[in-house]
Write a protein that binds this ligand. Structure first.
Ligand SMILES: Nc1nc2c(c(=O)[nH]1)N[C@H]1C(S)=C(S)[C@@H](COP(=O)(O)OP(=O)(O)OC[C@H]3O[C@@H](n4cnc5c(=O)[nH]c(N)nc54)[C@H](O)[C@@H]3O)O[C@H]1N2
Ligand SMILES: Nc1nc2c(c(=O)[nH]1)N[C@H]1C(S)=C(S)[C@@H](COP(=O)(O)OP(=O)(O)OC[C@H]3O[C@@H](n4cnc5c(=O)[nH]c(N)nc54)[C@H](O)[C@@H]3O)O[C@H]1N2
Ligand code: SF4
Ligand SMILES: [Mo]
Length: 738
């Protein structure tokens, strides 16, 4: 065996979901021979899920693009990096010169958040474009968490995290961590952590319109009608502070607006909300009682709560519930992290902006900006609607909005009409096929990794740096290099003449890369060499010496010091949230039974352990087994509608229609149907061999770009009204295949 086939072991963090599992990768030369959980990772302790193996498949995937590509009349052709970057910058610049700055839009997708280089360098590119048309996956996801944190704690990333390892009572609404591995709650091996709650005598209660994998291991599962959680939370609050007495504990003197909150909850008795939520009043009272009695209780609400018409109210009410029951900033309750690279409390230049709201509005529908971004549900209309300020060109980076944003087929039509589109993306998929240029970055194994964001959302303070496993090839470019190169070219075009200073800046930043910035951030952070000058202070070098990661201890109480509000107080009743209560009251008037919707069902989504949004369906190992893109229907609804298990049904909503096989199950609530997102790979012109064979249909051809959480601008996927009917018989195979 030659020296190049030497065996070695590499340790790194999996970048695919939020759980930050430590991996132990064995290699023979350049060939990966195994990927396993890293037992020595102090945080994940050997846990992984089946997706970890996909890192190898993604790396080796023949469909993954390795060179820049240009779309021509006769198909896609390979182009050099210089030509591709020059052309991209020139055409973006031309659009802005001709039609104004805002004529170029940007959409940033989810994988950016798992990519330290992209997180550090995309902001520079955005600044160089100076467009107000910025969009991201935030507004189809966690925007309400950031919205509530900004108004209550003064910073969009000061988001309370469930102290899952010490809580005695965990109330889960609209989250299925057993499939998703946790979100806004980085907790590798969440199953073991949930089990441990029960083993120490605590309880887990799940409120969800579907009996999920998580619901199955909970002590109690309760169905709730989609979109009504704000009412249930208000009723919990009612029991806590109207029928009972607020018990804010040590934070009492730091709370602003407690009386206002009490007034708001006054008439929301469990009895008042029951007809809307479908949750019996005594069940909700029981939950309130147990929550109040527990020594450390936490309420965790995620996608199902954020992506509904009252997403911001839900996340706000959860924070309020913690504050008034003494569970905010308390062990076993909801706590704040103190990450080694601190995006909240560290130096300005290294941090994330506190947030902002309503500084400008979208042109067509007047939807407000949050933290410099507009709701992505408005992107299509901003392209399609003629007039001054219309979007003419688009840059996407690590996003697949055709499959991931509401009314995706409308967006698809819009993309087809752009003057210019460029995508920084490793795949030719449903979105990027509309691009004129695709700029593919290296694979995750060819880059170093540090979780800037997920360390800040983790249930324990840890820090881990992973070097690249493989050197990128000569034509390999990192996301950050692509972003920086585009930024540099755009700035040069705007200046119109050569500049020595700009050239020096570009060269300096190229040399620094994410590593140098990371090192500075670690040194300046709360665990850094700056504060712990002797041998304990963190630096990048220290992390390099600890390939399994460094444990920095459990979450610790840190209020009021860590608050970022100007008055250093917790704002329980911020004006925009209080004002939005009117909309809730109008939508769910007192006493009225839920409106009969003439045969309509409410559509919700779902996740499966082996999926990852829209972009990992080209990994055949993850698609084994029964097709997963099926519509779950309750037996009563199936009988009424004449739907048979396994047969096709056609689902229609205001915006579209799709046909998928039915799966009849008591796991969904009567009146509710469930379809996963991220499918719909049947479109022509993609380069996704495996995904095309498992095409499925896109739920976002049904979800409505006009149904939003109008306060935050977040998409409201949950509870889309649909009609379901038996699909017209397709030409059935006459005989079983011979
Ligand atoms: N395997 C896998 N893991 C993933 C992902 C993936 O696609 N696949 N995606 C990653 C990403 S980007 C994210 S953001 C996270 C998301 O992580 P989670 O939030 O845990 O994800 P979901 O499984 O969508 O859970 C949402 C739950 O809300 C329920 N629900 C829907 N509507 C309502 C409602 O109105 N009220 C209530 N109470 N519940 C409702 C659904 O039935 C579902 O169980 O997962 C991440 N991890
Ligand atoms: N109906 C419904 N819709 C949903 C959801 C839902 O629950 N229901 N979930 C929402 C949520 S939580 C999210 S986060 C969004 C996700 O929405 P998006 O971020 O728009 O979509 P993804 O499916 O994550 O696609 C990621 C894209 O990034 C590319 N990519 C992967 N890795 C890299 C990389 O390292 N660099 C670059 N440059 N590109 C990369 C992939 O090829 C793919 O094109 O979807 C949302 N949409
Ligand atoms: S749970 Fe998430 S981080 Fe862990 S191995 Fe699976 S995909 Fe990777
Ligand atoms: Mo997400």
């Amino acid at each position: 065996m030659s020296a190049s086939a030497e065996s070695r072991v590499h340790f790194r963090t999996c970048n695919l979901c939020e759980a930050m599992c430590g991996l132990r990768i064995e290699l023979q030369g350049h060939r990966i021979t195994s990927i396993r959980g890293d037992e020595e990772d102090p945080f994940s302790r050997g846990h992984i899920c089946p997706k970890a193996l996909a890192l190898q498949d993604l790396h080796e995937d023949p469909d993954r693009l390795r060179h820049p590509m240009r779309r021509t009349a006769s198909g896609w052709e390979q182009v050099s990096w210089d030509d591709a970057l020059d052309e991209a910058a020139r055409r973006l610049h031309a659009a802005q010169r001709e039609h104004g700055r805002d004529s170029v839009a940007v959409y940033l997708g989810n994988p950016n958040v798992h990519n330290v280089g992209a997180l550090m360098f995309a902001p520079g590119l955005l600044r160089s474009l100076r467009s107000r048309n910025r969009y991201s996956a935030t507004s189809v996801d966690q925007l309400p968490h950031q919205f509530a944190a900004y108004f209550m704690f003064g910073h969009q990333l000061l988001v309370p995290i469930p102290d899952i390892d010490r809580t005695r009572y965990m109330l889960v609404l609209g989250a299925n961590p057993l499939a998703s591995n946790g979100s806004m709650m980085t907790a590798p091996d969440v199953r073991a952590r949930l089990r441990a709650i029960q083993q120490r005598g605590g309880r887990i209660v799940v409120i969800d319109p579907r009996r999920t994998e998580t619901a199955r291991i909970a002590d109690t599962h309760v169905f709730i009608r989609p979109g009504t959680d704000a009412l249930a939370l208000l009723a919990l609050l009612h029991v806590a502070v109207v029928e009972g007495t607020p018990r804010p504990g040590p934070l009492a003197s730091h709370l602003e607006g407690l009386e206002a909150v009490r007034e708001l909850a006054r008439d929301f008795t469990p009895e008042r909300v029951a007809p809307h939520t479908g949750v019996p009043a005594d069940v909700l009272r029981g939950i309130a009682r147990d929550f109040l009695a527990a020594e450390g209780a936490v309420c965790y609400g995620r996608m199902g709560l954020s992506t509904q018409p009252f997403g911001a109210l839900c996340q706000w009410l959860i924070n309020v519930l913690h504050a008034v029951t003494g569970n905010l900033d308390r062990e076993g309750g909801a706590m704040f992290t103190r990450p080694a690279f601190d995006l909240v409390g560290g130096p300005r230049a290294l941090g994330l902006s506190r947030g902002s709201f309503g500084r400008w509005k979208s042109r067509v529908r007047g939807l407000p900006e949050f933290a410099g971004e507009l709701p992505v549900a408005a992107l299509a209309e901003e392209i399609l609607t003629p007039g001054e300020g219309r979007i003419r060109a688009l840059l996407t980076m690590a996003g697949n909005p055709v499959l991931s944003t509401p009314n995706g087929s409308q967006l698809e039509r819009a993309l087809g009409g752009l003057d210019f589109m460029v995508s920084i993306d490793p795949y030719l998929n449903e979105t990027t096929r509309h691009a004129h240029l695709i700029l593919p970055p290296v694979s995750p194994l060819e880059r170093s990794h540090y979780d800037l964001v997920f360390h800040a959302l983790a249930v324990r303070n840890t820090a881990k740096y992973s070097p690249a496993l493989f050197e990128p090839g000569p034509d390999g470019r990192h996301d950050w290099q692509i972003a920086l190169a585009l930024q540099h070219r755009l700035e040069a075009l705007r200046r119109g003449r050569p500049s020595v200073r700009a050239m020096l800046k570009y060269q300096a930043l190229s040399r620094m890369g994410p590593e140098r910035i990371l090192d500075i951030g670690l040194r300046m952070g709360p665990h850094g060499a700056r504060f712990h000058p002797l041998k304990h202070g963190l630096t990048l070098a220290k992390l390099r010496e600890s390939p399994h990661g460094v444990d920095l201890g459990p979450l610790e109480p840190c209020l009021p010091q860590r608050l970022q509000t100007k008055d250093r107080r917790i704002h329980l009743a911020p004006e925009p949230l209080v004002a939005d209560m009117k909309r809730l009251r109008e939508r769910f008037p007192d006493g009225a039974a839920p409106e009969a919707r003439g045969g309509e069902l409410l559509l919700i989504g779902r996740r499966h352990l082996r999926d990852n949004n829209s972009w990992m369906h080209n990994v055949s190992g993850l698609l084994k087994g029964k097709p997963r893109c099926t519509l779950m229907v309750h037996p009563e609804d199936a009988a009424r509608l004449g739907l048979a298990d396994g047969a096709d049904a056609t689902i229609t909503s205001r915006v579209g229609e799709v046909t998928v096989p039915v799966s009849v199950t008591e796991d969904v609530m009567p009146g509710v149907v469930s379809l996963p997102h991220g499918y719909g790979h049947g479109r022509q012109g993609t380069r996704l061999k495996v995904a095309t064979e498992h095409a499925g249909a896109s739920i976002n051809d049904l979800t409505d770009d006009h149904v939003l959480d109008t306060l935050s601008g977040n998409a409201a996927f949950s509870g889309t009204p649909v009609r379901v009917r038996r699909a017209e018989a397709r030409a059935a195979p006459a005989t079983p295949a011979a």
